[in-house]
Each structure stands twice: as structure tokens, then as C-alpha cells.
Design a protein around this ligand. Structure first.
Ligand code: NI
Length: 136
């Protein structure tokens, strides 16, 4: 962990009140950790937008495995992924629905393309992408 530095911040009082209310609801014990998390979130977003370095992405996907060809199509896409696939978890949620969680590392552009491709398959009801940066 790097050295901790203190700095002063000037904010309109109503904005600070709203911020304190928000972080209390989220369970933060102090402003420092909440501010650090907001800064990190912005840095991660910027890293993903710049697309220059490898990022970590977690894709969630829910699909009805009874839809014809959905399993074959998803497998075909996953076998041709152009980023590193770290791990894949498959959960049979109920009679119809499957949940898959995929952890990838690679070009953010390719990870987004991959998530979009999975989401476009007939039978896939929902996809989500958590964008992370392991270097921040
Ligand atoms: Ni299943």
C-alpha cells in the first residue's frame, strides 16, 4: 500500500450533506474510504475507455437452455474468445434458467465485444459486465 496523504476539500454544504447521507446508507465508516472508492471507480472507467491496457471483466449471463441452439451458439462463441478466459461457472437456476459467470482478462474492447455477442444470442435474457482494473 502506498503512503497516505491528507488534503482539504471545499464543497457546498448541501452537497456534503447528501454525500454523508449516501455513504452512511452504503455503510462507510468515514469519508476517506468513500472518496477513495469513487476516485478508483472513475480511474477504472477511464482505463476501460482508453482501451490501451489489459483489464479484468466479469460477465454474467442468464439464459433459457430450452431455446433451440442457445447452448451450441454460446459454446461456439466462448471457444473463439479472443481474450484470456480465467474461469467459468455454470449454475442451473431452475428448470429453464441457467446462470453463467465468466471471468476474463484482456483488451477491454474485445471483452465488451464478447459480452455483446453473448447477449445477442436468442434465448439469452440478460447479460451484465463488471469492469475491473487489477492495477489500480
Ligand atoms: Ni444450466
Amino acid at each position: 500500500m502506498s503512503e497516505i496523504k491528507r488534503f482539504g476539500v471545499s464543497l457546498p454544504s448541501d452537497l456534503l450533506d447528501k454525500f454523508d447521507e449516501l455513504i452512511e446508507k452504503k455503510g462507510y465508516k468515514n469519508r476517506s474510504k468513500a472518496i477513495a472508492d469513487i476516485i478508483r471507480e472513475q480511474l477504472v472507467r477511464t482505463s476501460w475507455e482508453s482501451g490501451k491496457e489489459d483489464m479484468v471483466g466479469i460477465i454474467t449471463m442468464i439464459y433459457d437452455h430450452h431455446t433451440s441452439n442457445v447452448v451450441t451458439e454460446l459454446l461456439e462463441i466462448q471457444h473463439n474468445v479472443e481474450t484470456g478466459m480465467y474461469s467459468m461457472m455454470h449454475i442451473h437456476l431452475d428448470h429453464h434458467n441457467c446462470l453463467e459467470i465468466l471471468a476474463l482478462k484482456g483488451s477491454p474492447v474485445e471483452i465488451k465485444k464478447f459480452a455483446d455477442k453473448l447477449g445477442s444470442v436468442r434465448g439469452v435474457k440478460h447479460t451484465g459486465l463488471i469492469m475491473a482494473d487489477h492495477k489500480i
